[in-house]
Design a protein around this ligand. Structure first.
Ligand code: SF4
Length: 217
């Protein structure tokens, strides 16, 4: 008899594969990954021709644990998230991410129609996803899938992604204490830039890995 876990995995697999099919129709290079390990292997192989690799500050990418392997392989890592960096140093790295060879990012929500939806405070992450880097690999855990519209995806982000992100980054927003969005006007408001990538950007080699496991939030 099949276990609950295997049935849940099967159910998610169908949704992941549907998203991959839609992404391919929308012009992206898309792959289904059964595990985080297979997503990590895809990234390492995809970085072969890259000298510089930018990290967008994604929890999903961090959990794949590829940074050390890429650094050991001789890549220059552009990661602005170290607390030891000054504000100016962080901004300089973010600017260099915009023209790196390979940019790695998570995604806040992916509809089953193959639309990537993100909300940023600074815009560096979404900017690099659109144009600049030679290649972009976006990793999406199954918990980011939305069987609905772009508006549903935005609601998912404000309900489940921004509050914990705001708390993680120590932003003084209502959601970082209540866990709920109140469409605030806080100086620390994280929701400042909303992007919808509904077709592959013309000059960006954009790959999307849809992973059948929970990654980030
Ligand atoms: S609008 Fe404000 S309260 Fe709502 S999710 Fe964004 S930062 Fe949080």
């Amino acid at each position: 008899m099949e276990t609950t876990e295997s049935l849940v995995n099967w159910s998610y697999e169908q949704k992941c594969r549907k998203a991959v099919e839609s992404l391919e129709k929308n012009g992206f290079t898309a792959r289904y990954c059964a595990t985080s390990q297979s997503a990590a292997e895809y990234i390492i192989a995809g970085a072969t021709d890259s000298s510089t690799v930018g990290f967008g500050g994604s929890m999903s990418i961090t959990s794949l644990d590829v940074e050390k392997q890429l650094r050991d392989g001789g890549k220059e890592i552009l990661n602005h998230t170290s607390p030891a960096l000054s504000r100016d140093e962080k901004l300089a790295i973010m600017r260099r991410q915009l023209t790196c060879d390979l940019f790695l990012s998570g995604c806040n929500a992916l509809t089953l129609n193959g639309e990537l939806v993100n909300i940023d405070a600074t815009g560096n992450r979404v900017g690099a996803m659109l144009f600049g880097p030679q290649k972009v690999i976006v990793v999406v855990g199954r918990n980011k899938l939305v069987d609905g519209t772009v508006q549903d995806a935005i609601e998912r982000i404000k309900a489940w992604a921004t509050p914990p992100n705001s708390k993680r980054l120590n932003f003084k927003t209502p959601c970082s204490s209540t866990g709920l969005c109140s469409d605030c006007n806080s100086p620390d408001r994280l929701c400042r830039v909303t992007t919808i990538i509904d077709r592959k950007p013309r000059f960006t080699d954009l790959h999307v890995l849809v992973v059948n496991t929970e990654l980030g939030f």
